[in-house]
Design a protein around this ligand. Structure first.
Ligand code: SF4
Length: 687
């Protein structure tokens, strides 16, 4: 890891640059922002990793971008900034970085540069467009003439777009196209011929983006690409010595997703179609047959986590593995051939590799005793339900800490930041998941914040890191109430009870609408929508009625409107002002008991003598609950109530851990006090 030492350069200090930047973007300097910028600067200079919790309104992107830019310019290097969501990626690239680059040009003596880098699949592949190599159509698609003609129209449009676009970036194509169409004109990193061999390698959009990223001071990317860079042997991100991970509360989930592999009969038939014309038909047919065999076995296999591999299913996976291996052998190594043939061979090899390697990983997952396993396997698929899902097997890592520790913290100074990192009063809960040791005395505390409450523990056997909570500019206790409906019965399995629905109706009436309903399941969100549409005069929007962004816009425009939904709303709604003064949470957001990864992780912790429920389920709930509560205060003038209708937050032993993970709102369990407060807010709000 690179540690910056030696004499300071001629560049202005981070404090000076921050003052300059804040003035240029028309903001005001905030204490938390200055503390965070100093801490990021210190981390970069010492090489000591940093976890920094910065509440909404801190201005944290400036607080890390300014020291990052200064370091990149001073050392002529690149800093990688990773986000979980496209929304934040866009905010950084379209708003924050262009303004900062202009503002810092004069004091730094040159305009800092930045670039965005996505996975290769996100860019149009000119070679595929030029050679017209398309995937063989699925047999069933041949009979669906409507689908074929729609796909044809989309691919034609993509070919036309290829001569207009300057970036080839899929996100710039409006309106978008189906995944199936995009797959015809793009390649994964494994499918790419390589710029040296590709006839249009010099003009390749993905290569141009990589080149620009390699020269830029700041490269903005996403957690998935960060994970792929860590997982693969080949280099995806440009050389960098500092990594900033924003929205770090999502890091473990995103890395886990990137490290999850699937095996389905559909994948096997794609691999067969791709290799069928390149190898002996008998060998390809055998692979197809094993896919059909797997499909039959999956029909009989239990859906959900598999702690043992049923014998017949295991035999089907072995058959797939061996048939894929035979196809790979028949395909042979890459030859000197024309680019079109080479592309077909690459596409076939990549699909076969995926099938073969996943089958191997699935089988190896059961090698160890249950307590020592590194991977969890589960099956999905339900062809008899209203929304039939094709059968598949999946394999995911039980932990990603080792990977992050070795391939992220071990290779660059890393700053992790989010509004929610200190759970139950300590950074250690998430640090453990990231592969960092518990933080000893180095964790700094900000008075009145979550980290003020519990001391971290004491071993230190890994990379050095510091935890810092810079608090929030919001006065949560004055401007917000945390109401726990202790009098309600604990939530049951059969949907929302009558008492809960009555409570929701009374709260919404008191608030005059203005309500965001965060439900733990889509079923509960729909039930509440249907019942309350009948009872109340306020318009109620429900996730799924339209695109989520459109629903959020409608909700923001009309203060009388309510918006109900589930998971993506817990984190994705940013509505400051009087349209949102009540957030309702129907139940604590624990993972579903049948969630295969969470339940296996919980059991693995217990096998090592830990508290699986607290470490996995309660941590998950704390993170999501804190994100949900955070929807209420989006600006310093926002005021309102978070109503948690799950009495366990007040009564259960883990309730204290969850409450210590939330912003410090004024707590009450009295419904009359809350309704009065909501009525007063409604009366005072602008019409
Ligand atoms: S280098 Fe790879 S991604 Fe780029 S045009 Fe060639 S094959 Fe496509």
């Amino acid at each position: 890891m690179r540690v910056v030492t030696g004499a300071r350069s001629e560049l202005p200090s981070v404090r000076e640059l921050l003052t300059h930047a804040v003035a240029a973007v028309g903001g005001t300097e905030r204490d938390g922002q200055v503390r965070m910028a100093d801490a990021v600067d210190h981390a970069i200079r010492t090489g000591e990793h940093l976890a920094v919790q910065a509440g909404t309104g801190t201005g944290k992107s400036l607080a890390y971008l300014v020291p990052a830019i200064r370091h990149a310019v001073e050392s002529e290097t690149t800093v990688v900034v990773s986000t979980a969501t496209i929304a934040l990626q866009r905010q950084l690239v379209d708003r924050d970085l262009p303004r900062l680059a202009k503002a810092l040009k004069k004091p730094l003596g040159a305009e800092p540069t930045f670039a965005i880098l996505k996975g290769r699949r996100n860019y149009l592949c000119l070679h595929r467009v030029h050679t017209g190599v398309e995937d063989e159509p699925e047999d069933t698609a041949l009979f669906d003439q409507f689908a074929v003609s729609r796909l044809g129209r989309e691919v034609k449009r993509l070919h036309e777009w290829s001569s207009d676009t300057e970036t080839g970036d899929r996100d710039e194509l409006v309106p978008g196209v189906s995944e199936q169409a995009w797959r015809q004109v793009s390649v994964t990193a494994k499918e790419c011929l390589g710029a040296g061999r590709c006839p249009v390698g010099d003009d390749c959009f993905a290569e141009v983006a990589r080149g620009e990223a390699g020269r830029a001071n700041i490269v903005v990317t996403n957690h998935a690409l960060l994970a792929i860079d860590a997982l693969q042997e080949y280099q995806v991100l440009p050389d960098h010595d500092v990594t900033i991970i924003d929205e770090a509360h999502e890091l473990v989930d995103r890395v886990t997703s990137a490290a999850t592999a699937d095996l389905s009969p559909a994948m096997i038939s794609t691999a067969t179609r791709r290799c069928a014309r390149l190898i002996d038909a008998d060998i390809a047919d055998r692979l197809l047959e094993t896919g059909e065999g797997l499909s039959l076995m999956l029909e009989d296999a239990p859906v959900g986590r598999l702690d043992t591999l049923p014998e017949a299913l295991g035999a089907a996976v072995v058959a797939v593995r061996d048939a894929a291996h035979a196809c790979l052998t028949a395909l042979g190594s890459d030859r000197r051939e024309d680019p079109e043939e080479a592309t077909k061979r690459k596409l076939a090899r990549s699909a076969l590799d995926d099938v073969h390697d996943t089958a191997v990983r699935l089988l190896e997952a059961f090698d160890e005793d249950l307590a020592d396993r590194k991977d969890v396997v589960w099956s999905t698929g339900d062809r008899y339900s209203a929304n039939p899902r094709p059968p598949a097997l999946h394999v995911a890592p039980l932990g990603v800490g080792g990977l992050l520790r070795e391939r992220v913290f071990g290779t660059s100074t890393t700053v992790l930041t989010s509004a929610t990192l200190a759970l139950g009063g300590t950074f250690d809960t998430l640090a453990r998941q990231w592969g960092l040791p518990p933080s000893p005395e180095r964790a700094e505390k900000a008075a009145g914040t979550a980290t003020d409450k519990a001391p971290p523990s004491d071993t230190d056997t890994g990379p050095r890191w510091t935890g810092l909570d810079v608090g929030s500019p919001f006065d949560y206790r004055r401007n917000g109430i945390l109401y726990v409906a202790k009098h309600l019965p604990p939530p049951g399995r059969d949907g929302l009870g009558e008492a809960t629905l009555d409570e929701i109706a009374e709260l919404i009436e008191a608030a005059g609408g203005r309500t965001l309903g965060l439900f733990s399941s889509m079923r509960a969100a729909k039930q509440a929508t249907e019942e309350l549409r009948e009872r109340l005069g306020h318009p109620i929007l429900c996730q799924g009625d339209d695109s989520t962004s459109l629903l959020v816009n409608k909700f923001a425009e009309d203060t009388r409107t309510c918006l109900f939904g589930t998971l993506s709303l817990w984190q994705g709604v940013d509505v400051p002002g009087p349209s949102l003064s009540l957030v309702i949470v129907d139940r604590l957001p624990f993972p579903r008991p049948d969630d295969p990864v969470a339940s296996a992780r919980q059991r693995a912790v217990e096998a090592r003598g830990g508290n699986g429920f607290l470490t996995v389920a309660a941590t998950h709930a704390a993170l999501l609950l804190a994100q949900g509560v955070g929807r209420l205060h989006r600006s310093t003038s926002d005021r309102g109530v978070v109503a948690v209708l799950d009495s366990r937050l007040a009564t259960a032993r883990y309730g204290g851990f969850l409450r210590a993970s939330l912003p410090p709102l004024w707590p009450t369990q009295r419904p009359d006090v809350v309704r009065d407060a909501l009525r007063r807010l409604d009366a005072a709000a602008p019409a």
